[in-house]
Design a protein around this ligand. Structure first.
Ligand code: WQD
Length: 365
């Protein structure tokens, strides 16, 4: 009996080792990999035993992120700096990297307000980048791609929580429309080319930072998103936080979102890549909502931040921000059951990680 147990442990360990060796051999391309979500995903891919290569044009991030990914994981990802709208450059990359097993495509312009002012920049950058990538995936037989999409494709849902079958609505901004159109481009490409498999991950509101505080969200200029504005206000970089409206149809009048920890979000990308590489996908194009299933209001986020950090925030209620929806949060059942992934980190831990990151960036104790 004892021998049989020892043998089964040996074979299990051997199988896990082979599985790791297998992932070790597999190289994943991460476009936008020096960005906020991209960098956290590269860390989790390395932790899962994958080789990684980053393409980023550094238009909204810094190459220092690569040093910090290496500090966190002990492994330095390969890195190439170029613009994905340059087809010749993209093709040269794929010709030189014939061992790419899959791609996670984060690289995109993502400021909602800027997209309203500069729609052509957003359509050109976000759509041409994906089309260049897909052309090269087809030409070089790279058959797996995970696409960074967004819950903004739902607009203001008529019914909450939001499932993956909730109808998409007309986009509220050119940025949101590029996400919607790119989902269609990917879907139609998988229909026309059955070897190609794609997963679109619809993020709700990513927040927080890596527990080491070595990587996190580093908006250039004035932060558009709530949590980085909160941490910069707490750090004294901003005089006060403006709360965009407290007259919404919500319990405390401020808008509600589903805030998801960026490390939890990153892990969902690893699970999605594995789903494609191990051919567990049920359709050649799949969509998953990545949220926590919990909605928090702006004022609840502020109170949660003050509670967990002990820092009193200076904020003022002002008029609503154009284009904002009132409330949205995810039904996570499908992602939990089908992907086998669930957000684990709570709001307070996540807000504290954002604050620790901000203090680290500012050299604060
Ligand atoms: C959250 C709430 C604001 C700033 C955006 C993108 C979406 C996704 C996540 C990429 C809203 C309020 C904000 C401030 C505030 N990004 N707020 N004062 O707008 O839900 O979604 O980021 O995938 O695509 O659209 O996030 O953080 O900007 O706002 O009161 O200074 O905080 O009104 O209610 P949003 P956000």
């Amino acid at each position: 009996m004892l021998n049989r147990n020892i043998l089964s442990i040996f074979f299990y360990t051997f199988a896990v080792h082979i599985d790791n060796l297998n992932t070790m051999a597999q190289k994943i391309l991460v476009t936008g990999g020096t960005g906020y979500i991209g960098s956290h995903t590269v860390v989790e891919l390395i932790n899962a035993g994958y080789k990684t290569v980053i393409i980023d044009d550094l238009s909204n991030s810094s190459a220092d992120v690569i040093d910090n990914i290496e500090k966190i994981t002990g492994v330095r990802p390969a890195f190439e700096k170029f613009d994905l709208t340059d087809f010749e450059r993209v093709e040269k990359f794929f010709a030189d990297n014939s061992d790419i097993a899959a791609t996670i495509h984060f690289a995109a312009s993502k400021a909602v307000g800027e997209s309203v002012e500069k729609p052509l920049l957003y359509y050109r950058n976000n759509l041409v980048s994906l089309m260049n990538l897909l052309d090269c995936h087809l030409k070089y037989d790279v058959n797996n791609i995970v696409f960074s999409s967004s819950c903004t494709v739902y607009g203001q849902p008529d019914k909450l929580p939001v499932t993956e079958t909730t109808p998409r609505k007309d986009a509220e901004s050119p940025y949101a429309n590029t996400k919607r159109v790119n989902e269609d481009i990917l879907r139609d490409s998988t229909v026309a080319n059955p070897r190609l498999k794609g997963i679109a991950l619809r993020y709700f509101n990513p927040i927080g930072a890596h527990p080491t505080a070595l990587i996190g969200e580093l908006p250039l200029g004035v932060p558009q998103n709530l949590v980085p504005f909160i941490t910069q206000t707490a750090a004294g970089l901003r005089d006060e936080l403006k709360v965009f409206g407290d007259d919404y149809d919500t319990p405390d009048g401020s808008a509600i979102r589903d805030y998801i920890n960026v490390v939890d979000l990153a892990k969902a990308h690893v699970v999605s890549i594995e789903r494609l590489l191990k051919q567990k996908n049920k359709e050649n194009f799949e969509v998953f909502n990545l949220g926590t299933g919990n909605g928090y209001s702006v004022l609840e986020i502020i109170k949660g931040f003050e509670k967990v950090t002990g820092v009193k925030l200076n904020y003022k209620i002002v008029e609503r921000r154009a284009g904002d929806i009132v409330k949205i949060w995810a039904d996570t059942t499908y992602a939990n059951e089908e992907l086998g992934w669930k957000a684990e980190k709570g709001l307070e831990e996540t807000l504290l990680s954002a604050w620790n990151w901000e203090k680290n960036v500012r050299g604060m104790k």
